[in-house]
Design a protein. Sequence first.
Length: 321
Amino acid sequence: MSLKWGPLTRDDAEPLADLLTAIEAEDRTGEVHDLEDVRKQLSHPLLDLDAGTLAARDAGRIVAYGYLPVRQSVTDAHTMRMLGGVHPGHRRRGLGRRLLDWGIDTAPVLSAKAFPGVPLELHLNVYDANAGLKALAEGAGFTPNRWFAYMGRSLAGELPRFTPPDGVSVVTWAPEFDEGARQARNESFVDHWGNVPHTPESWQAYIVGTRHFLPESSFVALHEGQVVGMLLTHTFEGYNEQAGARRAWIQIIGTLREWRGKGVASAMIACALAAYRDQGFDTAGLGVDAHNPTGAVGVYTRAGFEPLLRSANYTLPLTIG
């Protein structure tokens, strides 16, 4: 097998989308990327296409790829998340290891350029069912340090009802609440593992400015005119088409520390689930850190969500320079 290795380009959207479709058909993770998603991925503002991507090509097809953007900001360390995959028909031939070795070599260079002098960690997300990636990561020195659940529920039948605490109202997201929502998100996620603050630019690019954002399905909790909680919803048409059902995905939910344990999150979820059903969605989903310190898993369980998939975060500290 003679493969050509080199960086991705913006002209690679269609062959990369084909590869991602083949990977999802085999792995069934629920991560479905349509052509427009891939175009956006290749124009990621925090991605250096030449230095931060690598692809293997076989007769014009992309059969493996690695993708390594920097983060929008840092706290104690720069946590770079590597994405990538190998076509099912080309697995167990060393391509995955070559991509991982490339990521380990490349991440320090990109990190030093973006955040000089800041410690670096390289992260991988490994689904429980992906024994091959787990073995590959552990063989390269990565260790699991955090576990996540992907939860879902049907919108048929009875939905939960929760009333917000006195003085708090839950209203539909609107542009005038957006900066307050971003600031409240950053404050409420300070004690979340792996969190880095959203800048105005990253918030616009990945949360409220993306085509997946549903403003009419997103909500903020207000107290005396100030945002004390937010629930922002995305939907992914590629996933909806594959699943044959429409899913509303809770992309971000958070409550300021002083308002936790008072029913704010439960009230936002109840409001969102009712809106999702009225808007024609069939299911709702979200991802959660299994060790979330805020009690989020219990909140979601009481709202009828159940775990569907699980994954582990694998981490490798790297030396810069």
